[in-house]
Design a protein around this ligand. Structure first.
Ligand code: TXA
Ligand code: MG
Length: 334
């Protein structure tokens, strides 16, 4: 791994791009302060320029190199990074002038996090500069949680993919912004992820935005409904009664626990049933397998993927968010 790390640092220093593991999903990395390097990320992903990137800093202190921390929210910001960094929490703050406009899509704010992945950390620390890294998939597609998934998405478009095994969390970081308020600051969750509302609530009043996905593109430019979608149409059920098969169509089931008593497994003669967390159903385990299972279901070539709803607490909030977006894309493109 030592050689891979130094090769990644060499490429990044030279203004090239590299796919790297993080604790959430694989990222496609570039030197965040080099606009030409960042442009290569947009090109490889076919990402529209209005969708800003997350900047990963090598240390907590380095936050101040790329972002301003306004006095009015200094206390919660410092508390949150002391508690959750390095880790899957991204904070949106006013940007410093050194951050090129291409990174933030011309916005005055920048989204910052510090990854806890040992390989990412080593690369980031030896580079000694902030790294811009979106998820390493084609725009609008399923995020990669393994090196082979990155290869399926971007093979031939990037010079190096570092294989760090499967990602620990399996879902993208939680993105928040903080507004001053009395008696407690307001923590607005722009994208739900592994740091769940219960983890955050002691630091402020929580506002969720994930159920308003269909009409809120202005709020977080990249949080448009079409994200995280398989190519196969996906339908998210509210209850087993909602499913009425059409004659001659082939369906696959995305099941939470694979339990017949939940009412979905025996509902139909499914082409295939894929289970997120067999047995008792554990949300963190389901999250780790989530994008992998979606990717596998997408390969079947069925007419529609039917998804069971998940418990909407903990990591279930983030998975339901991704399922709603995938389903919304289906609705839009019909
Ligand atoms: O876990 C993660 O966050 C992964 C790993 C690689 O770090 N990265 C990731 O990046 O998910 P990406 O590009 O797939 O999603 C980043 C999202 C964008 O869609 C955008 O909505 C939001 O971050 N974002 C970036 N800058 C923002 C800003 N200034 N204000 C609001 N949202 C922003
Ligand atoms: Mg992404």
């Amino acid at each position: 791994m030592h050689r891979a790390v130094s090769e990644a640092v060499r490429l990044l220093t030279a203004g090239d791009i590299v796919a790297l593991p993080t604790e959430t999903v694989y990222g496609l990395a570039a030197d965040a302060l080099n606009a030409d390097a960042v442009a290569k990320v947009f090109e490889a992903k076919e990402r529209p320029s209005f969708d800003p990137l997350i900047v990963h800093v090598p240390s907590k202190q380095a936050l101040h190199d790329v972002a301003e921390v306004p006095e009015s929210i200094k206390k919660p910001v410092i508390q949150l990074i002391e508690r959750f960094w390095p880790g899957p929490l991204t904070i949106v703050l006013p940007k410093k002038p050194c951050v090129p406009d291409i990174v933030t899509s011309g916005m005055p704010t920048v989204a910052v996090r510090m990854s806890s992945h040992p390989i990412f950390k080593r690369i980031s620390q030896s580079l000694g500069r902030p790294i811009a890294a979106p998820s390493a998939n084609r725009f609008g597609s399923i995020s990669p949680t393994s090196a082979s998934a990155v290869k399926a998405e971007l093979d031939g478009r990037i010079p190096l993919i570092i294989d760090g095994g499967a990602c620990l969390h399996g879902l993208e970081s939680t993105i928040i912004k903080i507004e001053p308020a009395e008696p407690k600051p307001l923590i607005i969750i722009l994208r739900p992820g592994p740091i769940v509302p219960d983890d955050l609530k002691q630091y402020g009043r929580i506002q969720r935005t994930d159920k308003r996905i269909i009409d809120q593109p202005a709020e977080a430019p990249g949080q448009i409904a079409s994200h995280y979608a398989p190519r196969t149409p996906l339908r998210l059920l509210q209850s087993p009664r909602d499913f009425i098969p059409e004659h001659g169509k082939r369906y696959a089931l995305l099941s939470y626990r694979g339990e017949p008593r939940d009412g979905y497994v025996d509902l139909h003669d499914w082409e295939q049933v894929m289970v997120l967390s067999p047995g008792n159903g554990k949300l963190p385990e389901a999250a780790v397998r989530f994008f992998y299972v979606l990717r596998e279901l997408d390969k079947l070539g069925v007419d529609e993927i039917i998804a069971e709803p998940l418990h909407e607490h903990g990591m279930g909030i983030a998975m339901m968010d991704r399922l709603r977006r995938a389903a919304a894309r289906t609705t839009f493109s019909r």
